[in-house]
Design a protein. Structure first.
Length: 266
């Protein structure tokens, strides 16, 4: 008996050379003379980088389908370093967002936040659904700032950074209906006694804490019934921005862009 023949291992089927994904474009940058490097978030594989070859040429048919925050169906071919886009078909352009500069700036914030917090680490359908729903809500909602606060709260949940808002994160006592403190370092609310002793803890009003709790434990349909006073909404925004930038250990680019757009529209 030929030992070599008896030890032959059946060959495994090769991976398919091309595959289709449903994706939302997060950002792109020029690559080479006519290509673009895309950063996309897919339903099937999470965050990916891909190359769109020749897309900057005048006659390219794919260019209009590969703009940031476009919901798109992509055919990808396996490349040596990263996938190559061979086909692109837009599913939703979120056109109202593109036609309004303020909504456009909010959408930029949404995709920047997801991009900063995530890595190329595989499928996450919950994050894809959150991103898709948020862009759709921006395109149709009357209160875009509320859409952003709900997005921030849900994103923190999905990423494992859910702030503790019902107990003091230091002494673990139940938070009482009074003004409290919020600590980004500790990851949540502090009672007045602990908060006064904590370095860099921010005061948070009873109203702001109440509405943050409401967003945290409610569906979007339930949460949007709340009528949040403008000063309280601004306080919530400041608290969440403080927490998010502390987690990222860096400032985001888009909040400044949003402030400029709002200032110029006033």
């Amino acid at each position: 008996m030929d030992f070599r023949k008896s030890c032959i291992i059946p060959s495994m089927p090769a991976r398919e050379r091309s595959y289709r994904v449903e994706a939302i474009i997060l950002r792109h940058q020029d690559y080479g003379e006519a290509d673009r490097l895309l950063v996309i978030f897919t339903r099937q594989a999470g965050k990916l980088r891909a190359i769109a070859k020749g897309v900057r040429k005048v006659r390219s048919r794919k260019a209009g389908h590969l703009e940031p925050f476009t919901h798109v169906s992509l055919q990808l071919a396996r490349g040596r370093d990263m996938p190559i886009v061979t086909q692109a078909e837009a599913i939703d352009l979120y056109q109202p967002v593109r036609e309004d500069l303020a909504l456009y700036s909010y959408a930029c914030y949404v995709v920047e936040l997801l991009d900063r917090f995530t890595y190329e680490e595989g499928e996450n359908t919950a994050l894809f659904k959150l991103l898709q729903d948020t862009l759709q809500r921006l395109a149709t909602a009357a209160q875009p700032s509320f859409v952003l606060r709900f997005y921030e709260i849900r994103l923190l949940d999905h990423l494992g950074f859910r702030p503790q808002l019902f107990q003091c994160v230091n002494c673990e006592k139940t938070i009482q209906p009074e003004d409290q403190y919020f600590s980004a370092l500790h990851g949540g609310a502090l009672c007045p006694t602990c908060g006064r002793q904590a370095a860099r803890a921010l005061p948070i009003s009873m109203q702001a804490l109440k509405y943050l709790r409401h967003l945290q434990r409610s569906s979007y349909r339930e949460a949007q019934r709340a009528k949040i006073p403008t000063p309280v909404a601004r306080e919530m925004e400041a608290i969440l921005q403080h927490y998010i930038t502390s987690l990222l250990e860096r400032n985001l680019n888009t909040p400044h862009f949003i402030r400029q757009v709002i200032k110029e529209s006033e």
